[in-house]
Design a protein around this ligand. Sequence first.
Ligand SMILES: NC(=O)CC[C@H](N)C(=O)O
Length: 301
Amino acid sequence: MDLAALLDRIADDVTPEIGRGAVADYIPALAQADPHRFGMAVAEVDGSLHGVGDWRQPFSIQSMSKVFTLALTLAHGDDVWTRVGREPSGNPFNSLVQLENEDGIPRNPFINAGALVVTDELASHGDAAGALLTFLREESGNPGIGVDAEVATSEAGHADRNRALAYFMASYGNIRNPVPDVLAQYVRQCSIAMSCADVARSAVFLARHGLRNDGTRLLGLSAAKRINAVMLTCGTYDAAGEFAYRVGLPGKSGVGGGIVAIVPGRCAVCVWSPGLDARGNSVAGVAALDRFTTLTGWSIF
Ligand SMILES: NC(=O)CC[C@H](N)C(=O)O
């Protein structure tokens, strides 16, 4: 399959979708994003890389970081699964509503509550955001990857919802490090800026059943398979059913407008366009992945 030509065609096909939706503005720095940007990259398991549009342009990875922190945490063992579930929440990514009835155990690691628990667990093994940056730089081959300081400051100044989630879980004993430290780590991880090329290359270990780009193993086969399963069922929040229906791949979105999707055994795909739908997923991004699986037949179903 000529993936370069395919990506050109997808970019053409989704042109009417680019600019639709609304950029996230609850983190003020994200509101400055240009909704007319669009990029898409595919990293194959053999190391080849293809892209179209703004695929080399760094953007705020936001919740896509949650896939990588979960993977790094599971590389230390399975303990985190006693503290976070694996069920879709059916609620918005920053919702508080289920936590009180469910003893402070978040539904899954990809909503904010669950991601805070994962970061807390990873922080018990050292500097969580530092470990994440090291991993992303090594995997992508881009040592320039870093935290966007403006986004980090903006996010830290508008983190009351995440602060509430973290303190509430701490009251159940499900945040173990000091809440301000966990929040600082979480804000740093969300504020990392990467391009579609960087994200796709950093995520291809999930298509390679846990093997990193240098051939070493980050995760066992089961852990890699399980992350893909949780991405499929929970990676796009209360739109995960719709995403599975339209795209049919494990995927994880972020409010910066990125979505990373995995074709097990073949490739990782990252698409970026900042205009979001009401549930926080990129409008053009979902459309592009929909075209990608339709044209290639590479859905898991
Ligand atoms: N869905 C997202 O990308 C949300 C991430 C964002 N940093 C937040 O915590 O609200």
